[in-house]
Ligand binder design. Structure first.
Ligand code: SER
Length: 415
């Protein structure tokens, strides 16, 4: 297995599935179309739900994509761990009532292990199956030849994929063994364990049910395949790095943040948090703006606003005291515009929206931060564990200081 750049990996995956008769489609927009259940697209299958249910005829019954995705439930954790991020790309191959398990599993294996493709040593890969799925177990064991003890059976929590309502089903994941040094050392450590040793890289969903949203499931008219592989995670494996911030294209954005701030990554824990926040958030904001999201006070516009504001604040924590988001986004655009030409086409617009929001925030942040620091100092001195709602409201009402930022900063001082 040979070091491969993130951009090359994306291309390899898409061309592999083209060679298996799939139609390559460009990523759908991050903004969902006709789907009120989602604020932002969060997986490869999400924009294609109607192809899975059979309500809309797909352009071909085999499709492959690399989908831009945003997940924000862990927004506050981004930066604090190297694992969390808000933006990622999901590689996927999809069958809409066409092939099923007996093709999907061998193709996944071929792509990962064949010397012509990724050439990952088979002993590093550990499949898991849904506990009742004998068919998938049989394919891994008898067709691929994985010893039974290396196939983990997991329950609904791990191996049944669903996100809200819509198409869903049991799944078979593929984990990469990063080695004992990442492990917890417990005797039962294997895929599904909480520790960092086994990293899930690929999820094959056998999408055959429809979650009706009222606790019931109906059988879909057709059996489908929905697979998802995190491109950044795959790049971690192929580049032998710990986390996505070390992956080539993302690292170059991170290096720019270091250059602007004069900080070295890996030297100071707090600086590292801020460096990761800026790196992740600028990339997310770039893709959201290019897909037409505008900073605002509600819905996805507010997600974007929060992300940009967090980036600004962490820039300040790094000691950057001038506008800098445009310099960072220029690197992010250069890294991804080959795969997403819209970034180049809308580059000026992206820069404009970012710098306007940065300027607007800058005007409010300094006064607010000063007042908040005094409040926090006072509270800590008095051994209090809260700052008063009245003060928080005043910060928002009089100084325009956003409440979520107040909450986040207060939490950093355990308030
Ligand atoms: N929908 C599944 C996931 O997001 C597989 O694509 O993991």
């Amino acid at each position: 297995m040979k070091w491969t750049s993130l951009n090359e990996l994306r291309e390899k995956y898409l061309s592999f599935f083209e060679s298996k008769g799939h139609l390559r489609l460009p990523s759908f927009s991050l903004v969902p179309m006709n789907d009120k259940s989602l604020l932002l697209i969060n997986s490869g299958m999400a924009p294609m739900k109607k192809f899975f249910t059979g309500e809309v005829e797909p352009p071909r019954h085999r499709v492959t994509t690399c989908q831009k995705c945003i997940r924000t439930p862990d927004l506050e954790r981004v930066g604090h761990t190297a694992r969390h991020g808000t933006f990622f790309e999901m590689l996927g191959n999809f069958s809409f009532g066409d092939y099923f398990k007996k093709e999907a599993i061998p193709w996944a294996w071929e792509f990962l292990t064949s010397p012509e493709w990724l050439d990952i040593p088979p002993e590093k890969l550990w499949p898991s199956v849904y506990v009742d799925d004998e068919e998938a177990f049989d394919l891994w064991h008898n067709v691929i030849g994985i010893p039974a003890e290396r196939i983990t059976k997991l329950g609904k929590e791990d191996n049944f994929w669903e996100h809200g309502t819509g198409p869903c089903g049991p799944c078979s994941e593929i984990y990469f063994d990063r080695g004992e040094k990442y492990g917890c050392g417990k005797p039962g450590c294997r895929p599904g364990c909480d520790c960092d040793r086994f990293m899930e890289i690929w999820n094959n969903v056998f999408s055959q049910f429809n979650n009706m949203g009222d606790g019931t499931y109906t059988e879909l008219k057709q059996k489908n395949i929905d697979t998802g592989m995190g491109l950044e995670r795959l790049a971690c494996v192929m580049q032998n790095v710990d986390n996505m911030f070390e992956v080539d294209t993302i690292r170059r954005v991170l290096d720019k943040v270091c250059e602007i701030s004069g900080k070295t990554y890996g030297e100071n824990k707090d600086n590292d948090i801020s460096i990761r926040v800026v790196t992740d958030h600028v990339r997310s904001a770039m893709f959201m703006i290019s897909d037409g999201v505008i900073p605002s006070n509600e819905g996805r516009g507010y997600v974007l606003r929060r992300i940009i504001r967090r980036a600004c604040r962490h820039g300040k924590l790094l000691g950057i005291n001038h506008a800098f988001l445009v310099d960072v986004v220029n690197v992010a655009i250069a890294e991804s515009e080959g795969a997403y030409p819209e970034l180049r086409e809308r580059g000026d617009y992206i820069r404009k929206v970012l710098s306007m929001e940065e300027e607007r925030f800058d005007a409010t942040i300094d006064a607010g931060l000063n007042i908040l620091s005094n409040l926090i100092r006072g509270a800590v001195k008095e051994h209090a564990d809260v700052i008063s709602g009245e003060e928080v409201f005043k910060l928002y009402d009089t100084y325009g200081f956003p409440i979520d930022l107040t909450r986040e900063i207060a939490e950093e001082s355990h308030l």
